[in-house]
Design a protein around this ligand. Structure first.
Ligand SMILES: C[S@@+](CC[C@H](N)C(=O)[O-])C[C@H]1O[C@@H](n2cnc3c(N)ncnc32)[C@H](O)[C@@H]1O
Ligand code: SF4
Length: 381
């Protein structure tokens, strides 16, 4: 039976964080009032129309996972988000054990809102914690009080979320190793089952990039950032969170099934402004701006902007790139003799796991994870 994971994009944030280049808009940018309830209703109506279009287009039957990302999905009314889940359930067969996740900004939830989200069908929630240290949050241009993360994760468990995750960012300018350790320890003291930790990327066109260019912000060097990754990995592992993807750790059985579907190259439909989809080697993506998205959906139900069909070679490169990031690694037999040969230096230098290699898998060692991109480039040269 063929499956289709759903990603649902909500392109709204109260304000834009200085480092973020996600496809998201503030009410002021869209000239809408601070009250987003009308926007919530109308944007969700468009998503429902796109889901009908997905039904007409796709042959898949079962939906194993749904992931609401943003932007800030929790700015929408819980009942409106619930309409998306039930519409997916009425047009497709929603796996009774489906993983249904929303991203959340710790500032945008109350206990009541979390209970409404559970009621609407969510069973997993991922909070953007980023750091527990006020000056680091300030440097990241984040608005939330670090104490809100403890409250939000505790409420989430109290109202019945089985899976609770937090996102952390390391490598912010001015973040000492000691600051990072505080963030890691604070995260580990939360009632959570999953952690993502990302090195801060200076994205083009962001306020952060402008600050770096003007010399107002000096980014830390790569060695310091690598040490922070190793420190986090050590602490997460000691606390029972197993590494399973470059930037992700989970308690046994709490790995994100939705993200694993991406990394394993499964089929997914991305609904919403600017969302990307992948079905059987065809990639397509929607128009980015919510106004253009609205216009296209209202005209035809189809908000697609462009598409590309992956050549066999492109599909293979993508598979190598994604699978090598996983703790399960890449099947060595999927590589040619020459490609395997190109890895011998990395193997002897300890960047690849020798035991895994002996049983036929290419798995990054801890230090190998720090140079994953270089290793992939070497294979694909
Ligand atoms: C869409 S946001 C998460 C939900 C919510 N909007 C929030 O920020 O709390 C997804 C995650 O991407 C990560 N992220 C965004 N921009 C990043 C950047 N420039 N470098 C590293 N991580 C980034 C952050 O950790 C963030 O939590
Ligand atoms: S709240 Fe999240 S999506 Fe919105 S601007 Fe900040 S990091 Fe980006």
């Amino acid at each position: 039976m063929s499956t289709l994971a759903f990603y649902v994009h909500i392109p709204y944030c109260v304000r834009r964080c200085g480092y973020c280049d996600f496809n998201t808009y503030t009410p002021a940018e869209l000239s809408i009032s601070g009250d987003l309830s009308a926007t919530s209703r109308s944007y969700i109506d468009l998503l429902l129309r796109e889901i009908e279009f997905a039904r007409e287009t796709s042959t898949a039957s079962v939906v194993p996972t749904i992931f609401f990302g943003g932007g800030t999905p929790t700015l929408m009314e819980a009942a409106d988000l619930g309409r998306v889940i039930s519409t997916i359930g009425s047009h497709f067969e929603l796996d009774p054990d489906a993983e249904v996740t929303t991203e959340a900004n710790p500032d945008t939830v109350t206990k009541e809102k979390l209970a409404q989200l559970r009621e609407a069908g969510f069973n997993r929630i991922s909070f953007g914690m980023q750091s527990a240290v006020p000056h680091v949050l300030q440097a990241l241009d984040r608005t939330h009080n670090p104490e809100n993360v403890f409250k939000a994760t505790t409420w989430a468990r109290e109202v019945g979320f089985k899976e609770v995750s937090v996102d952390l960012i390391y490598g912010t300018a001015g973040e000492s190793t000691c600051d990072w350790e505080v963030s890691v320890d604070t995260a580990l003291a939360l009632p959570i089952t999953h952690i993502s930790a990302y090195a801060l990327i200076v994205e083009n066109g962001t306020k952060l990039e402008a600050q770096v260019k003007r010399g107002e912000v000096i980014m830390p060097d790569d060695d310091q950032t690598a040490d922070k990754y190793l420190l986090a990995d050590e602490k997460f592992t000691a606390a029972g969170f197993n590494w399973y993807e470059l930037s992700n750790w989970a308690k046994p059985g709490s790995e994100s099934r939705h993200n694993l579907a991406y990394w394993n190259g499964d089929n997914w439909w991305g609904a919403g402004a600017g969302a990307h989809s992948h079905i059987d080697g065809r990639r397509f993506w929607n128009v980015k701006h919510p106004a253009a998205y609205s216009q296209k959906v209202l005209e035809s139900g189809n908000p697609m902007h462009e598409q590309e069909i992956l050549t066999l070679e492109e599909a293979r490169s993508e598979e190598i790139m994604l699978q090598i990031r996983l703790a399960t690694g890449l099947d060595r037999a999927a590589l040619s003799g020459d490609e395997q040969g190109s890895l011998s230096g990395f193997l002897s230098d300890g960047f690849l796991d020798g035991e895994a290699w002996a049983r036929g898998a290419v798995v990054l060692s801890k230090t190998g994870r720090l140079i994953a991109d270089r290793i992939v480039r070497e294979i694909l040269l």
